[in-house]
Design a protein around this ligand. Structure first.
Ligand code: NIG
Ligand code: FE
Length: 385
């Protein structure tokens, strides 16, 4: 790319400018200038300054690239059989994770990296420009460290999820497994991770175990996040608020007290509607959280078990159809909301100084993402790095 690029003839620009009066900071007939991978100028196309290169997007809509704050891309194999059984009536259970653990341990580093590359590219084609990637299918010191090393090759937003489920070798000794996670596994993982996560759910880890693991992670320089309240009511969301975590993910079953606590703590509730689609559970209400003043993010949770979609446009459409969110709220949640869930302000918005990660839709407005579900509307994705 030349030194400066003018992107012009933008029919609708979603800027997510926090100082705008409307949620999305919408502008029509807009333009923006990109310099050195950053947005240098945003304004009316008629006032645009000269640039070295001009890209005319033909009155299409331009959005910040999607920020997918929750994925599990380091895995081998798939669980199509499990999905088939589920749509025939079986319930989703956390134990299926162990099937993927066995396949992942048996895979080579090269195969794991090739799988991540394939899925990141698939995400890119659907408009995702920032992705968080978790470990959690290794569950040994070496396999968790290697999963994070592989993930680091694709993103800085890496999350140590040794506490996904108790490793099969420790089935009779969950306390011993927590000691392993908070000891040698954390030590090996920490250099490759920014975040630490725990699946706080019946069948995985309880609140005391999760607290212990998150505190150990924090002492090792990692920031905490949680999988919680996915399969039923439980203590995870309240724990996330108690610990002041940046985000708590799933939030399918929340009590009124949970919602209040999240709002008070300023913890982002990350909703993963692809999971409810795939597990056939009830959808959480985005409306209830938004009306209570909770910040909501939408992410894919792309993984081979509970949700094998990499598509944030699909998740946006589900949020609008099934979770009471407006198209604007759903688009915000998948861009600025995802950025908030990763404590980032340089992505998820297109304002001077932000990263020039942007999506050109083959459509005149962001509403089409929900209005035309399943249609590949992303015409072009630009990534600043
Ligand atoms: O986010 N909830 C726990 N972990 C994943 C599921 C992983 C799996 O089933 O393999 C999730 O849904
Ligand atoms: Fe997950």
């Amino acid at each position: 790319m030349s030194a400066s690029t003018l992107v012009t003839n933008i029919g609708e620009l979603v800027a997510n400018d926090p100082s705008a009066d409307d949620l999305l900071g919408l502008r029509t007939d807009a333009a923006l200038v990109v310099e050195d991978g950053r947005v240098a100028w945003v304004g009316d196309a008629a006032d645009a300054p000269a640039a070295d290169e001009v890209v005319d997007v033909g009155a299409r809509a331009v959005l910040p690239g999607f920020v997918d704050s929750h994925s599990h891309l380091v895995f081998a194999g798939d669980r199509a059989q499990e999905f088939r059984a589920r749509v025939a009536g079986e319930a989703y259970a956390a134990g299926g994770i162990r099937t993927t653990v066995a396949a992942t341990r048996a895979a080579s580093d090269e195969d794991l990296a090739a799988g991540v590359a394939r899925h990141v590219e698939e995400m890119r084609r659907q408009g995702t420009t920032t992705v968080e990637i978790k470990s959690g299918y290794g569950l040994t010191v070496d396999d968790e460290a290697r999963a994070l090393r592989v993930a680091r090759g694709f993103t800085d937003e890496t999350t140590f999820l040794g506490a996904h489920v108790v490793a099969p070798e420790h089935a009779e000794d969950p306390g011993g497994y927590v000691d392993l996670v908070t000891g040698p596994m954390l030590e090996a993982a920490a250099p490759h991770a920014r975040w630490i996560d725990v699946f706080c759910e019946r069948g995985a880890f309880d609140a005391d175990q999760a607290r212990t693991i998150l505190r150990a992670g924090e002492a090792a320089g990692l920031r905490g996040r949680l999988h919680a309240n996915q399969l039923g009511h439980g203590p995870g969301a309240a724990l996330a608020a108690e610990l002041g975590l940046v985000a708590v993910d799933h939030c399918t079953f929340l009590s009124a007290d949970d919602v209040h606590a999240l709002r008070e703590a300023g913890t982002v509730a990350t909703l993963l509607p692809g999971v409810e689609f795939s597990t056939r559970q009830p959808y959480p209400s985005g409306r209830r959280l938004l009306d209570a003043g909770v910040t909501v993010a939408i992410a894919s949770d792309c993984n081979p078990g509970s949700c094998y979609t990499s598509s944030l446009p699909f998740c946006i459409a589900l949020a609008v159809r099934e979770m009471g969110m407006t198209p604007s709220e759903a688009v915000w949640a998948a861009t600025a909301g995802g950025a908030a869930a990763l404590d980032r302000t340089d992505v998820g918005r297109l304002v001077p100084g932000s990263r020039a990660d942007l999506v050109v839709l083959d459509a005149p407005s962001h509403v089409h993402l929900a209005y035309r579900p399943g249609v590949p509307l992303v015409a072009k994705t630009l990534v600043s790095r």
